[in-house]
Design a protein around this ligand. Structure first.
Ligand SMILES: C[C@H](O)[C@H](O)[C@H]1CNC2=NC(N)=NC(=O)C2=N1
Length: 101
């Protein structure tokens, strides 16, 4: 089902509130690298995010090594070939909150 892609001005506004995230894939995705004290903390974070992602039917692309979790958020159903939607903004904020930053 199609999801509305954020307009450029909407994107500007919420990127300012998501200061730890950067635009990627020519504006079609956002990325953030999280770092935790150890693997347990990183995997605990991923577990909490996974439950939330399933609940909202919005899933991160991510890569984990030990205490690092590299995250990319995008919405496949937004725009022509995927793009950013409010679902990415919501998930990014939730991940920041779960990581305590
Ligand atoms: C069919 C199902 O609702 C879709 O594939 C959902 C699942 N999770 C998703 N996650 C993300 N990040 N983007 C999507 O567009 C998306 N779509």
């Amino acid at each position: 089902m199609a999801v509305a892609e954020l307009t450029e001005s909407e994107r500007e506004v919420w990127l300012r509130t998501l200061s730890n995230w950067t635009l990627a894939r020519e504006g079609k995705a956002i990325q953030r690298n999280f770092e935790f004290p150890d693997f347990n903390a990183a995997f605990g974070f991923m577990t909490r995010v996974a439950l939330l992602a399933e609940k909202h039917d919005h899933h991160p692309e991510w890569f984990n090594v030990y205490n690092r979790v590299e995250v990319t958020l995008t919405t496949h159903d937004a725009g022509e070939n995927g793009g950013l939607s409010h679902r990415d903004a919501k998930m990014a904020k939730a991940m920041d909150a779960l990581a305590g930053s």
